[in-house]
Design a protein around this ligand. Structure first.
Ligand SMILES: NC(=O)c1ccc[n+]([C@@H]2O[C@H](COP(=O)([O-])OP(=O)(O)OC[C@H]3O[C@@H](n4cnc5c(N)ncnc54)[C@H](OP(=O)(O)O)[C@@H]3O)[C@@H](O)[C@H]2O)c1
Length: 231
């Protein structure tokens, strides 16, 4: 049975980003989606992971817009003006590690906590974008210490929350999703333009997977192709 009702209402978190913006466009053009709201650091309802208190206040401010049947969180960072992913152990530094943990793991975990209250308890899906490089099992190349560790931490937070949801929100499905390599600001310094596909293509692939999710998929790490990834 399909988890998303027809019509359904959606919320995209991080809609100023390449993938987030493409999800908003896709959902606007999806006939069964009756409304899509996009939020980011500059939107009317602001969410800023530099200010973790904004997560609860943003969720509270959006309560009257809910309930939502689909929430997709696309916020994430890989590099900044101050640093690039670490190539070797000697590049590890506390500032970068703490920053990526905050934006890629702590922010998304608090988002699951507060935004889950906006989900329709009768049936809903919450997707958080992770990355295959966050898979401990799949780590063959090394490097990118803080990004890998922050996405691995995110994965554990999602898995753990999904176990709790099986008891407390049995009709809500919570997954971590890998978008594949997508041409975006995030991937640009790593030949994203050459090796990544467009966000339009990536979101179309991911939405097809989302539409076909089953409740038993909750607590999975799933690729844009529908493949289950090792944690
Ligand atoms: N692109 C890829 O190849 C790829 C591969 C694997 C996984 N992913 C994951 O996919 C997700 C989306 O990536 P993308 O390629 O669309 O990147 P992007 O274009 O750089 O978008 C990143 C989004 O995160 C937001 N963000 C960054 N720091 C934030 C903060 N402190 N508070 C609130 N929002 C913040 C950005 O907001 P601003 O516009 O305000 O900066 C933007 O909306 C990320 O989680 C990424 O790890 C991407």
């Amino acid at each position: 049975m399909r988890l998303l009702p027809n019509p359904f209402r959606a919320l995209v978190i991080g809609s100023s980003g390449t993938i987030g913006g493409a999800f908003v466009e896709l959902l606007k053009n999806t006939p069964s989606c009756s409304e899509v709201i996009g939020i980011h650091r500059q939107s009317e309802y602001r969410i800023d992971y530099q200010n973790l208190d904004s997560i609860e206040s943003c969720a509270t401010a959006l309560t009257h817009k809910g309930p939502f049947h689909l929430i997709i969180n696309t916020i994430g960072v890989l590099h900044s003006n101050n640093w690039m992913p670490e190539k070797r152990l000697d590049d590890i530094n506390a500032e970068q590690l703490a920053e990526l943990m905050k934006i890629n793991a702590i922010g998304p975990a608090l988002t699951i906590r507060y935004f889950s209250k906006l989900l329709d308890p009768k049936g809903s899906i919450m997707v958080t974008l992770s990355a295959k490089v966050g898979s401990i099992e799949d780590n063959r190349l090394g490097g990118w210490y803080s990004y890998r560790a922050s996405k691995a931490a995110l994965n554990m937070l999602i898995k753990t929350a999904s176990i709790e949801w099986a008891r407390t929100k049995p009709n809500a499905t919570l997954i971590a999703m890998h978008p594949g390599t997508v041409n975006s600001e995030l991937s640009k310094p790593f030949r994203g333009e050459q090796i990544g596909r467009s966000a339009k293509e990536a979101t179309a692939d991911m939405f097809q997977v989302i539409e076909n999710l089953k409740n038993e998929d909750s607590g999975s790490f799933i690729s844009y192709s529908g493949e289950k990834l090792p944690w």
